[in-house]
Ligand binder design. Structure first.
Ligand code: SDX
Length: 428
């Protein structure tokens, strides 16, 4: 027998079906709420509102669980590769050997971008933030692949667009960095694996030979896996709602990159390092900054702490914290901000304000420390997040399209002026 929920309002009673997912999460289906009761719901930030059903990622904020298509994030981070996880998220199953080889071969052979895109890149000043460059270059693909403009009419074009996005995003990301450095761009090297190719495009200089450190490449691959999807977060919801208007996948992903940029979302990994550097420069007094974070009159927040869903440890943060220790040891890097981060974490985990609000380190708290050790500059950290999140955005966009979801158009409660007559104050 299916469950239902009753609502009583102004002496009337309304009943709505309750749906339950495969992990026993339940939701009231309010599709007929307004038609039957005249009411809508109000939920700023959608803290209690489900926008969709999805079969891609499951996370349990109370238990600190994260799974992609049913596979535990701990297993995938330990045993899989970013391209295999990308295939899993987008197509729903782990690829066979043949499927994996075809997928990675396709991607390898689409890493090159149209030479005219260099002219767009050259239009950016060197102080342009790489996230703005990245979202612009991704959106420019709509100009070079006009068949992608209507994903409903050109379904077969969608698979090609998916390959182009995964293949070209590292090239664009590395070029955004080169633009900032004022260095000439590097072209992809198809003899290298996904992460090694990216690192070489990032760091190779014309005047010298560049060999990718396998420790660095492996650490980056793990970080990309950990960022690959996270159900209906801010940027993914942006990708889905832009795609719901039948806009191209390139335009939808470009919008997602811009949503991720904000410091409350993916931009937090850059803000964490800036915060840790500021604490170090100010004498390393973690408690002083903890008190600032608790002070309602102080806009300072403990960046990398807290989460809309995780009210327990973010499982990704646990894996990244261990990886940070491993990578810094392997690379022989001693980063004082790592010590400040650990001191801050311990202080916060034992502070009543943070305990009461269930604030734990999130994915962004330690990731920047690894990126730094890998030689990646701070303002490229959110670009790295975008590189990782790309297959998740694609998978969610594809699911929305294949489910034929309606255009996203929330309602509102109007609180402005009531009707009034027009009398101009301007004597014309
Ligand atoms: C990501 O959604 C996702 O899945 C996102 C993500 C993904 O993979 O896509 O996981 C990636 O975006 C991780 C989050 C990165 N952002 C940060 O680290 C920025 C710092 N954290 C916060 O700004 C905050 O915790 C959010 C934005 C992450 C969540 O905010 P919510 O859910 O809207 O919670 P809230 O702001 O209502 O906070 C609840 C209480 C408030 O105090 P009270 O008003 O109840 O007294 O907790 C306090 C907040 O002031 N609080 C913090 C805090 N985070 C929340 N106080 C100090 N420092 C913090 N970091």
């Amino acid at each position: 027998m299916s469950e239902s929920a009753k609502l009583s309002f102004k002496g009337q009673e309304f009943e709505f079906p309750v749906i339950t997912g495969t992990e026993n999460e339940s939701a009231i289906d309010i599709a007929k709420l307004r038609a039957s009761s005249g009411l809508i719901t109000l939920d700023p930030g959608y803290k209690n509102t489900g926008a969709t059903t999805s079969a891609i990622t499951f996370l349990d904020g109370e238990e600190g669980i994260l799974r992609y298509r049913g596979y535990r994030i701990e297993d995938l981070a330990e045993k899989s590769t970013f391209l295999e996880v990308s295939y899993l998220l987008i197509y729903g199953e782990l690829p066979t050997q043949e499927q994996y080889e075809n997928f990675s071969k396709e991607i390898t052979h689409h890493t090159l971008v149209h030479e005219d895109i260099k002219k767009i890149l050259e239009g950016f000043p060197s102080n342009a933030h790489p996230m703005g460059v990245l979202s612009s270059l991704i959106c420019s693909l709509t100009a070079f692949y006009p068949d992608s403009l209507n994903p409903v009419r050109n379904k077969e074009e969608v698979d090609m667009s998916i390959v182009r996005l995964i293949a070209k995003m590292p090239t664009f990301a590395a070029w955004a960095y080169k633009n900032e450095m004022g260095h000439p761009v590097n072209y992809p090297d198809n003899a290298l694996d996904y992460c090694s190719n990216f690192l070489k495009m990032m760091f190779a200089l014309p005047a010298e030979k560049y060999d990718v450190d396998p420790v660095v490449s492996a650490a980056l691959d793990k970080l990309l896996i950990l960022h690959a999807d996270h159900e209906q977060n801010c940027s993914t919801s942006t990708v889905r709602i832009v795609g719901s208007s039948q806009a191209s996948i390139y335009a939808s992903i470009s919008a997602g990159i811009n949503a991720l940029w904000g410091p409350l979302h993916g931009g937090a990994n850059q803000s964490v390092i800036e915060m840790l550097e500021a604490i170090k420069a100010d004498g390393g007094d973690a408690k002083k900054y903890l008190d600032k974070a608790k002070d309602k009159n102080d806009p300072f927040r403990l960046m990398g702490f807290g989460h809309r869903v995780y009210k327990n440890f973010d499982p990704r943060a646990k894996i990244i914290k261990k990886a940070a220790d491993d990578v810094l040891e392997k690379l022989g890097v001693n980063d004082p901000v790592l010590d400040i981060a650990k001191e801050l974490e311990q202080a916060a985990l034992n502070d009543q304000y943070f305990i009461d609000r269930q604030l734990y380190p999130n994915v962004d708290f330690y990731s920047g420390i690894i990126y730094r050790a890998l030689g990646i500059p701070t303002d490229m950290f959110t670009v790295m997040f975008a590189l990782g999140r790309l297959p998740g955005w694609i998978a969610q966009w594809k699911e929305m399209r294949e489910n034929g979801e309606p255009i996203g158009r929330p309602r509102q409660v109007y609180t402005g002026e009531n009707e009034r007559d027009y009398v101009s104050m301007n004597k014309r």
